[in-house]
Ligand binder design. Structure first.
Ligand SMILES: *Cc1c(COP(=O)(O)O)cnc(C)c1O
Length: 223
């Protein structure tokens, strides 16, 4: 399948109210340009350097989303242009996003990444910690950040019931936190190539799809 065919198919298939983030990490600018020609405007990347380089050479009306783990010392590189950070996973990172956003006179949209799966991983807030941080009210002082919703990566398993349980728990969290943050807290970023239909059935409003559109990724050796 070509990039064009897949983009058109997804635009046709995704229900109203579900936004497609085309995950272009590791793929060259030409592949992104093809998706752009097919009508796609939102792209997700997971490395700040790569995101910045692609932003510099591709059309200015692209909305660039940061979906991967973000180190505090890399925020400055993307703060001037990033449209949405999906992976805000600590108070420390949020403080840096807030100050970098104010430095460039922007308000940056963020999603709080929740560690919803039972797997060991450093990424995402454990739900109890997130509860505690939200209750602390620190976020109210962050004028450079707009809290837009939640993001997760579901448990990596073939057992669809486990995956659906993660997605349902996320939807409940979104509904609960929306009463705290207000109506702008409306985005639930969940669902990837293998599980996006289940995610949508459970209330996802934003799917992050990479390999279905662009094919396999070939990671360069670690720097
Ligand atoms: C790479 C990545 C995706 C896309 O995964 P596919 O399985 O290729 O669709 C989605 N979300 C995150 C956080 C990713 O890192």
């Amino acid at each position: 399948m070509s990039v064009t065919t897949e983009i058109k198919r997804l635009h046709h298939e995704l229900p109203e109210g579900v936004t497609l983030v085309a995950v272009s990490k590791t793929h060259p600018a030409e592949a992104i340009a093809e998706a752009y020609q097919a009508g796609q405007r939102i792209f997700g990347e997971s490395r700040p350097q790569e995101l910045r380089a692609k932003w510099e050479c591709l059309p200015q009306d692209i909305e660039w989303h940061m979906i991967g783990h973000l180190q505090t010392n890399k925020v400055r590189m993307i703060a001037p242009f990033v449209a949405l950070i999906h992976s805000a996973d600590s108070a420390r990172l949020l403080r840096v996003i807030d100050s970098e956003a104010r430095r460039v006179e922007r308000v940056i949209d963020v999603l709080l990444e929740v560690h919803i799966s039972a797997e060991e991983s450093k990424e995402g807030w454990p739900p109890t910690e997130l509860d505690r941080w939200i209750a602390s009210g620190e976020w109210r002082e962050m004028s450079g950040v707009r809290f837009r919703g939640l993001m997760c990566v579901a448990t990596n398993t073939d057992d669809v019931e486990v995956v659906r349980t993660d997605f349902r728990a996320m939807k409940q969290l979104l509904d609960r936190y929306r009463t705290v943050f207000g109506p702008e807290f409306d985005t639930l970023s969940m669902g990837m190539s293998d599980d996006y239909t289940d995610a949508i059935a459970c209330g996802s409003t934003m799917v992050r799809i990479g390999s279905t559109i662009f094919g396999h990724r070939y990671y360069p050796p670690k720097e």
